[in-house]
Design a protein. Structure first.
Length: 153
């Protein structure tokens, strides 16, 4: 039996409860692709996803109200083991009322990490100001003028 397979069964403490195949796949040289990290801090919201198997032109990011959708797809390619095609869809909701969705930005790093950043909303400053008063002519007719107009009709 392959040594890496034996080590998988011999080391149950390293098994992940959430992804039981992850350790086994890593033992065989596979990597856990599309892993993501979400972070909300004083600078805003940040979402990172590992898309190293895709080119930037094979990734599409869309915003629908408060939901961001990241899609990746590439056509069938040949590699050392045969042919492969990949695709994924990842959706997540931006925190409502916390980030400025109009300023959403994406970057694609040279090592294949897509980062989506939305800055925090700026607090509305309590600016007080004096509102000038503009003088105009009369708005209402005086009571006497109304009474006179009604009598003449």
């Amino acid at each position: 039996m392959d040594r890496s397979l034996l080590s998988y069964f011999a080391e149950p403490a390293e098994w992940s409860l959430f992804d039981p195949w992850r350790y086994a796949l890593q033992s065989f040289g596979h990597h856990h692709h599309h892993a993501s990290i979400q972070k909300l801090d004083e600078n805003g919201f940040q979402f990172r996803v590992d898309v190293q198997q895709y080119k930037p032109e094979e990734i599409k990011v869309t915003l629908n109200e408060n939901t961001v959708t990241v899609e990746g797809q590439h056509e069938e390619r040949s590699d050392a083991h045969g042919t492969i095609s990949r695709q994924f869809v990842r959706k997540f909701a931006l925190p409502k009322g916390v980030v400025d969705v109009e300023k959403l930005q994406t970057t694609f790093s040279s090592d294949g990490v897509l980062t989506i950043h939305a800055p925090k909303l700026q607090a509305i400053e309590n600016k007080s100001r004096v509102i000038p008063i503009t003088r105009t002519g009369p708005v209402k007719e005086s009571i006497k003028d109304k009474e006179q107009n009604n009598e003449t009709k």
